[in-house]
Design a protein around this ligand. Sequence first.
Ligand code: XUL
Ligand code: CO
Length: 441
Amino acid sequence: MSYFQSIEKIKYEGPSSRNPYAFKFYNPEEKIGGRTMEEFLRFGVAYWHTFTEDLSDPFGIGTAIRPWDKFNGMDLAKARVEAAFEFFEKLGVPYFCFHDVDIAPEGRTLRESNQNLDIIVAMIKDYMKDSKTKLLWNTVNNFSHPRFVHGAASSNHADVFAYAAAKVKKGLEIGKELGAENYVFWGGREGYETLINTDMKLELDNLGRFFHMAVDYAKEIGFDAQFLIEPKPKEPTSHQYDFDVASGYAFLQHYDLQDYFKFNIEANHATLAGHTFEHELRYARVNGMLGSVDANQGHPLLGWDTDEFPSDLYTTTLAMYEIIKNGGLGRGGLNFDAKVRRGSFTPEDLFHAHIVGMDSFAVGLKVAQKLIDDHVLEDFIAERYSSFHEGIGLDIVEGKVDFHKLEAYALGLTDIKHTSGRLELLKATMNQYLLRAYAGE
Ligand code: XUL
Ligand code: CO
């Protein structure tokens, strides 16, 4: 049974192609900086947005037309697996990601939910044997069901803490079974609405305990995936504990978890936190904590997580700049945690959406590599900080001075000469590089 009958395998046809079902910039075999685009970009499809999302919003029921929706229950779960692997094959992606509830319906009891999962996981494992598409990461949904109304590991109710732990335990077993390269913890409802009913200290300590138990269990079963925290500042709760990379990193260090985790950075979560995507990537990178990416973009005029497919080339370029400087993403990848708009409801739109996302990151990769090869930003930045390469600056960097010495030095200063930051010139240069990539230069 085919769910995308009218669509052939998507191929690279180059920037001048008019074929909507072709890549214009993503050429999986093309080498950039010594690695193929496919190896470098490690794209993943998000199961929830592509195979379970119905495009409903607070004002209306779903609009998505999905040929597999004629089924129900476990039959629907199985049909989604068939559709998913057909989609992966036609798109040519190396990875996918899922939550437990995306792949199998929850039963009336935890035991029944686990049985449903076992059936679908066995089916996925079977499909993976004949597919090149591997599991970038899995996670569990500890936020949608009403039992998680007050959070999961940060719930006020100990039974919910236990239930959440049991679900993560199963998630780790599934990750091991399917060879997941990473395991993600997005906070879900791990946060609070108001302090007037909240014991923040207990909730944070419990989160710390929960993560340690997850680390221990992964070790116990020999699941060696990279653990990833995915920060988000708000939504669904007004204060999410993993606000951004900086606060997540402080949390990890406080609870002595920093050696077991890295970050999965989502573009739209960064902008919700009042940061740019590249800020979050840089903060993680310079601390050796950049693990993986949820590739999407927010709407510049809307204040919530719109999860749009990435199309902004400026942002993909600056993101790829960070990723190249990081030496790639290691075991991580670029997972499209992105959904088509409510008005883009046909199955074909799922292809158009992934094509624009993949092409946008391919452009970003090419332009960022060229900027790096030509030392455009590096040379400028090195010059801008040149006062730290000699004299008093070098003494500061080498730890040879204290406040006494600095005061003595400052007392002798008469005029401090600054140089321009050249922001506009650098932007003009970046535009030039972007447009040259279009022209195939
Ligand atoms: C929610 C979000 C999640 C995580 C996985 O905003 O990004 O889909 O990526 O739970
Ligand atoms: Co995400």
